[in-house]
Design a protein around this ligand. Structure first.
Ligand SMILES: [Zn+2]
Ligand SMILES: [Zn+2]
Length: 415
């Protein structure tokens, strides 16, 4: 037997219906906020991610699916969505549009991580990017959009964590101080943090290892190092959240380990996910476009892992896996079967979900199947009904039965 590759998974019915519902909800809500979809290729030149994500990140150093094309170009299956969007933005000169550009994407990403529950090597993300604005109001608006999105999915219990990580002018002072403090406590840090304390000290703040927590708690807060511009930006962002009635908690240790991230960062977490509880992560990345040889462009965006979101939706959401048929057709005999196939065709053309069995069944067994499928109504089509052109419509919930013509049937089903 040939099995799916380790770390990949099939999305089967009825779960695939939940995926469709989540994706269509995202499209609907993002559209309300003026976001348009962008679809970039699943593979790109390796250098895009080496530069755009960073050589010294886990993603680039050990998780990418990189291969040589037949012409020896190094290609990589995209491990994330932001760098390709910004690459496309630069390539197609989308910055020439004087308006702020709002884009969203949706699709598979690839990282060769150690497979564990809810983590896959081919996983799916929904993300959005706002390009060309450094206004904190746009950040608050994106969070308002996410609140509406999660609400529509029935996810009520989520927490918004926010922070500012400053800019290239004020952050170096903080990093210097962080390095000093970490150097003094180096022996107490976990192995990864010992390395990070020199290469990328900001990422120490991100460490989940138990023994590092008391040390991290004692480190200086980046919020005390913000310059006036970053301070004002952060205060405005928070006041816009308050105006919109969006609850939040400021977490000074909430950081992103990549240099091009600036100012606002955020995470939305859900208790349902347990220890690794991040549902959505995002922030401002004003330096990325320049890093990719584009014009200076302010950017703000987020990404969410669909596998994890769907886990939460399935536990708390009110999305049904798939909708049951509105009408089950129960033909009795061959002539009635032929009539019911045409009836089903006409009903489906009018947008009514129908089901019927291709094998002959007795009335009793047909109604049993209708029940099993949770059909709202069953339509009985027998010899007599064929002649009179009137059918017996039975409501499955209480067994109430009325006689209807084909035209009345459509009206009934619509109502
Ligand atoms: Zn600053
Ligand atoms: Zn650590």
């Amino acid at each position: 037997m040939i099995r799916a590759v380790k770390g990949t998974h099939d999305i089967l019915p009825p779960e695939s219906a939940v995926w469709n519902r989540v994706e269509s909800t995202a499209r609907e809500i993002f559209d309300l906020y003026g976001f348009s979809e962008i679809r970039t290729p699943v593979f790109e030149r390796t250098e895009l991610f080496a530069r755009g994500v960073g050589e010294d990140t886990d993603i680039v150093s050990k998780e990418m699916y990189t291969f040589e094309d037949r012409d020896e170009t190094s290609l990589t299956l995209r491990p994330e969505g932001t760098a390709p969007v910004v690459r496309s933005y630069i390539e197609h000169q989308l910055y020439q549009d004087p308006q702020v550009l709002k884009l969203y994407y949706l699709g598979p990403m690839f990282r060769r991580e150690r497979p564990q529950k809810g983590r896959y090597r081919q996983f799916h993300q929904i993300g959005a990017e706002v390009l060309g604005s450094d206004n904190p109001a746009i950040e608050a608006e994106v969070l308002e959009m996410l609140e509406l999105f999660l609400g529509r999915l029935g996810i009520k219990e989520s927490t918004l964590l926010v922070n500012s990580i400053g800019c290239s002018r004020c952050r170096p002072r903080f990093l210097q101080r962080l390095k000093q403090e970490l150097a003094a406590k180096k022996d107490l840090l976990c192995e990864d943090c010992q390395r990070r304390s020199e290469t990328n000290p900001l990422r120490v703040l991100d460490c989940k290892v138990e023994s590092c927590q008391p040390i991290i708690d004692g480190l200086p807060s980046i919020l005390d190092f913000l310059d006036d511009g970053c301070r004002a930006h952060f205060d405005k962002f928070l006041s816009y959240l308050k105006e919109r009635g969006i609850g939040f908690t400021v977490i000074p240790r909430l950081v992103r380990g990549l240099d091009y991230y600036t100012r606002t960062t955020f995470e939305i977490t859900s208790r349902i996910l347990g220890a690794q509880n991040t549902l959505i992560g995002g922030g401002r990345y004003d330096g990325l476009a320049e890093l990719l040889e584009g014009p200076p462009t302010q950017g703000f965006g987020f990404a969410l892992g669909l596998e994890r979101l769907i886990l939460v939706v399935q536990q708390t959401g009110n999305l049904m896996a798939s909708l049951p048929p509105q009408l089950f057709l129960a033909p009795l005999g061959e002539a009635a079967f032929a009539r019911s196939t045409l009836l089903a065709r006409d009903l489906r053309r009018q947008g009514i979900r129908c089901a019927y069995d291709f094998e002959p069944r007795s009335l009793k067994s047909a109604l049993r199947l209708a029940n099993k499928l949770q059909a709202q109504f069953a339509l009985i089509i027998g010899e007599a009904e064929l002649h009179s052109g009137k059918f017996q419509l039975k409501r499955m919930s209480d067994g109430e039965q009325v006689e209807v013509s084909a035209e009345q049937l459509v009206e009934r089903m619509r109502g």
